[in-house]
Design a protein. Structure first.
Length: 290
């Protein structure tokens, strides 16, 4: 298997790494959904960030003194805070919604990125991409269904998580031109750990001995996923790999069915199809413009 991996092209390697990353993240989400049924979401988030921070420090220890140097600490703080709250709202929503619902609504993040790119970065967005944005938001509304009997305020949580994540992406775009990926990665872990440590104090719940391995293991999935993601982005540009993130819906549906006996409803499937189609359309437009 190792020899085969060495012989394939960089593009194919990046795809394999990206798919593995998405699988690991989907496993982490499924375990998080199990944990938030018993423990506060703050505590689950702390375990996720703490594991990533420990792994990051161990891996980067030979160059840690260089990686910690930043000229943009305030922007690092803002960017990492956006990512933290994206995780916070995403994990909190897992307690109330189906895994596939959460993943489907969260897929509007690239659409929010397009909107924020125009507003914040002043990037040009043509009429066709704005049309794609509108259809993507309509897909999200199809899943959320305001006014229906199944509607609740909790269904907005993945959308808020997606907006926070899009804000994180926009700030990362700026920092990626100025600082290394390892510096950005480490600060995301450190600041997330600090924020989670503060928020968890009032709601801390003693961890059952049987759950200690699950807590530590699930956080390591996220850490390993981020390491593979960095390697994937070194081999191919992020815009090329973007559509493969939609596999999270497939993996999330499988875990939801296998672990939680969740069967996605008609509106969830229809809305997901609209959002994915819109995201792929925007991606195709971006590739042509390049």
């Amino acid at each position: 298997m190792t020899n085969y991996f060495q012989t394939i092209s960089p593009r194919k390697k990046s795809i394999l790494l990206m798919l593995t990353t998405i699988l690991l993240f989907s496993m982490m989400d499924a375990i998080a959904k199990i944990l938030v049924q018993t423990y506060p979401s703050d505590q689950v988030i702390l375990a996720r960030y703490m594991s990533q921070t420990v792994v990051s420090i161990i891996v980067l220890s030979p160059i840690l003194h260089k990686v910690l140097v930043t000229k943009y600490f305030k922007l690092q703080l803002l960017r990492s805070t956006f990512l933290f709250f994206a995780t916070y709202f995403f994990f909190t929503s897992l307690k109330y919604l189906q895994l596939v619902q959460v993943n489907a609504i969260f897929q509007v993040a690239p659409i929010f990125v397009t909107i924020l790119s125009a507003i914040v970065l002043k990037e040009y967005v043509d009429i066709r991409r704005w049309g794609g944005v509108i259809f993507g938001l309509l897909g999200a509304l199809l899943i959320i269904r305001p006014g229906s009997e199944v509607f609740s305020i909790n269904i907005f949580l993945p959308a808020i998580a997606a907006l926070c994540y899009a804000s994180y992406v926009i700030s990362t775009r700026y920092l990626s031109q100025e600082e290394s990926a390892t510096t950005n990665f480490l600060y995301s872990s450190l600041i997330g750990t600090i924020l989670a440590s503060i928020l968890v104090i009032p709601s801390w719940t003693p961890i059952n001995t049987s759950d200690l391995f699950v807590f530590s293991g699930f956080g390591l999935l996220g850490a390993l996923g981020h390491i593979l993601l960095i390697h994937a982005f070194r081999l191919s540009e992020a815009s090329f790999l973007a559509p493969f993130s939609y596999m999270n819906l497939v993996f999330g549906s499988l875990w939801g069915f296998y672990i939680f006996d969740e069967i996605p409803g008609y509106f969830t499937i229809s809305g997901s199809a609209v959002i994915i189609s819109t995201g792929i359309y925007i991606w195709i437009r971006d590739q042509k413009l390049r």
